[in-house]
Structure formats: structure tokens, C-alpha cells
Design a protein around this ligand. Structure first.
Ligand code: SF4
Length: 535
């Protein structure tokens, strides 16, 4: 079944409300599983002043990336270029190149400097652009920094100012005047209004805001926990969360793991009271949907036991995005099993005691082993672990300890499984550490390719012969691209444009820039002079 949607069309709304294209720069399957994107669409759809339509990247694009698809809306098949306002929602850096690609395929000039009278307004928001909007700065008119606020109709806020855009198109077509009107709006970064001076070595010397624009843009926070939390009903069967109701029950995490951007940018920690979303849960149970509970730190939600028991007692089922071991008490484990969740996900990240201290995530290995025993004994057949390699100060011995951890975990898993009469699977997902802005590790180097290969081999060789263990590595190419774009600046835009024209983005795409993009993979001593933050 396709997602239910608003049937209002752009042509019918040529006067009012304002048509707005919401673009997710990945496939429909991925976009419909993204709570932030779906929530924003619902908010705009529920307002009287906007008429939103959604856009995704065609699935056929994955098979033939160089083909030119003219993007049309999900709702009414309207071409993107017919919309006066186009808003990209971008949670991942590796999708950045799709911004110029989608604009080019739509017949819209990708570079801001080439657009003018009659061209659409292009804006973007999302976690990755909130961390560092600069790689996309040359393509965008406005960037929304921070969290989506619930009140679309707020006077003087982003959305009411966007309505002004409509007027400005009709009246003066004065783009500069329009940019100026965003000078003092919380959470809005206007890339056009900032100039940069670089030294001979390529390092950043100076940031020059235009008169009246702030030196630092303050991120918007959705601080009130008195509102209904973000939620979305996913009706589509083709998505990761098919037939689900996604609800964000808390935001932020006070644990302060040094690599985790989510743990730093979403402070303070906010828990939504069950009272605020109980009706949503009721509706989901009536509609026989799985209730996907989302949050950075579900374990800390003071009402977690109550919420889960209530869902189970009323005949519903839930899934948890992830949960810290501290939250997995006997009652929660029992509820997880009753809910039919077949895999429990645990994220030790590292196995060595020393490295746990370095990264600030100090959960003893013994706690994980104890949990495996309990989870399997209670009836959870599969366990998935998340590990990271390439963290600051990491040695090959630290990586070897991951192998030992998995071997020990497997032994406990197999023993506990035998008494249940079946043996499930241990999944080991190994990702590369990506130095992210706004974290204590933001100036650290990404792991060089050669060392990545060596450490990957340590894990593969150590675990490949173990039955019931499946190891998966994130691709190094994709990690390197993400690491470059996480800390790059607007000079990288020529590479993104080149990638868009050539139909693929990989490490070789960055040769189009005038600087060596590997520069952004290096560590503190060089990068600290180079990287600039605008938040
Ligand atoms: S516990 Fe998880 S969400 Fe919290 S800071 Fe650490 S890694 Fe991030």
C-alpha cells in the first residue's frame, strides 16, 4: 500500500497556501522511514498556509546512477521546478551530492550565484547540515540549523518568513533584501551573507559576516516537552519500518560519549511524558501497527517500564531503536521478548578497558556478557553488536580485544541457546570512527586507509571461522566520503557538482576541488586552523 497523502495540488494552490517541495535526497524506502522528514511533512500539511509535496530519489537511479530522472512529486507527479520553495531534509553527509544532482535533473541552476528572479528558494535542514552546513553552502539560499520546532505558524519564525518570500517574488524580486530579513531569525544560516579568507597554506584566516548578520548562528531547540512529541504513521510496506508508528519519546543523551555528535548537539536531555503521546499509541494499537519507540537514550526515560507494559497489556507490539545496557532490567527484557523482538542490539563500541575510558563509554564487558545470557534465556534468539574502529589512540591490540570479546560473547550465547533448543545468530557490525563537529573528538584524524585494512583484517581473521557469527564492515569508501564532508567547507562544492554531473560520489570525486580533500581527514594540528563552525 502506498503512503496516504495530501491530494491538494500545486495548480489548485497557485494563490494560497504556498506550495512547498520537501525533498529527501535518498530513496522513498529510506525517506519514509525517517521520522524527522515525515514529521515535518505532517506539520506543513496540517497548516493552512503551506501545501507540501514530497520528493524522493527514484529506485531506478540506484541501478543506473548516470541516468537523468526528472524528479516529480510523490503526491501529484508535479515536477520539482514548478515549486517556488524547495526544502531538502538531509540527515547524512553521503547524500549531499544529491542536492546539486536533483536540481540539475529538474532544470534548476544548482549554484546559488546563478539563480535569480523567478528561481525557487532552496533551503535545507537535518542533522548533518546542522553539524556543518558549509559543504552545501554554494547551493543553498537558507540553512535551518537545529531541531524542527512544532509551531509552523509561529509569527516571525522561519516558516512565516518563507511566506514572505512569496510576496517578495511578486513584489520586488529582491533576493538580497529577502536574505536580510533572515538576519535575526533563530536557527537560520544565510550562506550568501558570509565571506571567508584563506591563507596561502589553504587554512582559514577569517570569517566575514555581512553587516547585521550574527558571528555565530544559534541552533534552534525544541525545548518544550509539553507538546506532542514527533511521530509518524508509516503505512508503506516497502520501508524499513513498514506498518509502524514511529514516536520520538526522548531527545538528547547526557552520557557524553566523546565520539557521539547526537549526544552533544541535542542537549539538554528531554523526555516526553507518556501522557503526551498515549493517544498516538492508542491509535497505533487500533491500527495494528508496531510502535517504534525512538530516542537517543531510551533507557533513561523515567516511564519506560510503564510505556512498554501498557503497550503489551493492551495487545500492542513495540520495537526499540536501541537501548543502553543500564536500561535492560529483567522486566524490560521480558517485555522485549513478549513484544516478539527477535534481535537485541547492543553497542559496546570498543572492548578494551583503556579505550572505553578514552571514548567515555565505560560499560564493562561483563555487563554485556551477563545481558547476552539473560536475553537468550528469556527467548531473544539473535544478538547484534556495534563496534567502531579508528578511534583516537586506538592500537591493534585494542582491535584484537574486540575479537576476544566476540569469542567470549559467542560462548555464552551458544551455552544459553542450547538450553532453548536452537542457536540464533550474532551479528557484528564494524563501522569506522568519523570525527564529527561539535564533539570532543572533532579535531581528531580519521584512520588512514592502510591501517583500516590492517584492523579490518584482524577482526575478519579472528572471527571468520566462528559458527553463528556474521561480521559486516561499513565500506571504507563510504566512511572516507562521510569523514571528508563532515568537516569540509564550501570549497568542496565543485567536487559535489562534479559528482552530480558524473552520477557518482566517491573519494575520486574530490579531485575536482582545488584543494586536496584528504586534508579534511587529517588531525588536530592542521585541521584546527582550517575548520570553522558557524553554529
Ligand atoms: S550513550 Fe549512546 S547516544 Fe548517549 S552519548 Fe553515548 S553513544 Fe551517544
Amino acid at each position: 500500500m502506498r503512503e496516504r497523502h495530501n491530494k491538494r495540488s500545486v495548480s489548485r494552490n497557485s494563490g494560497f497556501p504556498l506550495p512547498i517541495a520537501l525533498v529527501y535526497p535518498n530513496t522513498r524506502k529510506v525517506g519514509l522511514s525517517n521520522l524527522g522528514f515525515q514529521f515535518l511533512f505532517n506539520q506543513l500539511q496540517g497548516s493552512d498556509v503551506f501545501s507540501p509535496q514530497r520528493f524522493f530519489v527514484a529506485e531506478s537511479f540506484l541501478k543506473n546512477p548516470s541516468e537523468h530522472n526528472i524528479p516529480v512529486s510523490e503526491e501529484d507527479n508535479i515536477p520539482l521546478k514548478n515549486f517556488p520553495v524547495i526544502a531538502f531534509s538531509i540527515p547524512f553527509e553521503n547524500d549531499y551530492w544529491m542536492v546539486p544532482k536533483i536540481l540539475i535533473d529538474s532544470g534548476i541552476k544548482p549554484l546559488r550565484i546563478d539563480r535569480g528572479r523567478g528561481d525557487p528558494l532552496i533551503l535545507a535542514g537535518g542533522v548533518s547540515v546542522s553539524l556543518n552546513p558549509e559543504p552545501l553552502a554554494d547551493f543553498l539560499d537558507l540553512v535551518f540549523i537545529g531541531e524542527i520546532v512544532g509551531d509552523i505558524d509561529e509569527p516571525g519564525g522561519l516558516w512565516s518568513m518563507i511566506l514572505e518570500f512569496k510576496k517578495s517574488r511578486i513584489a520586488a524580486h529582491d533576493r538580497e533584501g529577502f536574505y536580510n530579513s533572515f538576519r535575526n531569525i533563530n536557527g537560520i544560516y544565510v550562506p550568501e551573507a558570509y565571506g571567508f579568507n584563506y591563507g596561502e597554506d589553504g587554512g582559514l584566516l577569517e570569517i566575514r559576516p555581512d553587516q547585521g548578520f550574527p558571528d555565530r548562528v544559534t541552533a534552534t531547540k525544541r525545548l518544550s516537552t509539553k507538546e506532542t512529541p514527533p511521530f509518524a504513521m508509516v503505512h508503506d510496506q516497502q520501508t524499513q519500518f513498514r506498518n509502524s508508528c514511529l514516536v520520538e519519546i526522548n531527545r538528547g543523551c547526557g552520557r557524553g560519549c566523546r565520539f557521539c555528535s547526537g549526544g552533544w548537539i541535542h542537549r539538554p536531555v528531554r523526555h516526553f511524558k507518556y501522557l503526551r503521546f498515549r493517544d498516538t499509541v492508542d491509535q497505533a494499537i487500533t491500527d495494528k501497527k508496531t510502535i517504534g519507540l525512538i530516542g537517543s537514550d531510551l533507557a533513561s526515560h523515567p516511564e519506560l517500564n510503564i510505556i512498554l507494559s501498557d503497550i503489551i497489556n493492551r495487545g500492542g507490539i513495540f520495537s526499540l531503536s536501541s537501548i543502553r545496557p543500564e536500561g535492560l532490567n529483567d522486566e524490560i527484557i521480558e517485555l522485549i521478548v513478549k513484544s516478539g523482538q527477535k534481535t537485541a542490539t547492543l553497542a559496546p563500541e570498543v572492548a578494551s578497558k583503556r579505550l572505553k575510558k578514552v571514548i567515555g563509554k565505560q560499560i564493562p564487558n561483563e555487563r554485556f556478557f551477563e545481558l547476552i545470557d539473560k536475553l537468550v534465556a528469556a527467548g531473544t534468539p539473535n544478538i547484534r553488536f556495534y563496534f567502531m574502529i579508528g578511534l583516537p589512540t586506538e592500537t591493534e591490540e585494542d582491535v584484537q580485544e574486540i575479537v576476544e570479546f566476540v569469542k567470549n560473547a559467542r560462548q555464552i550465547f551458544v551455552n544459553a541457546s542450547r538450553s532453548k533448543g536452537r542457536i540464533g545468530r550474532i551479528g557484528v557490525q564494524v563501522n569506522a570512527f568519523i570525527p564529527k563537529p561539535w564533539t570532543p573528538f572533532q579535531w581528531s584524524a580519521a584512520l588512514p586507509k592502510k591501517q583500516w585494512e590492517i584492523r579490518k583484517k584482524i577482526i575478519e581473521n579472528g572471527l571468520c571461522k566462528l559458527k553463528n557469527v556474521v561480521v559486516r564492515h561499513e565500506s571504507l569508501r563510504s566512511s572516507e566520503v562521510q569523514a571528508i564532508l563532515s568537516r569540509a567547507d564550501r570549497r568542496i562544492s565543485s567536487s559535489l557538482l562534479e559528482a552530480a554531473r558524473g552520477g557518482k560520489l566517491d573519494i575520486s570525486s574530490f579531485s575536482a576541488s582545488h584543494l586536496n580533500a584528504r586534508f579534511f581527514l587529517r588531525g588536530y594540528e592542521i585541521v584546527k586552523r582550517f575548520f570553522h563552525g558557524m553554529l
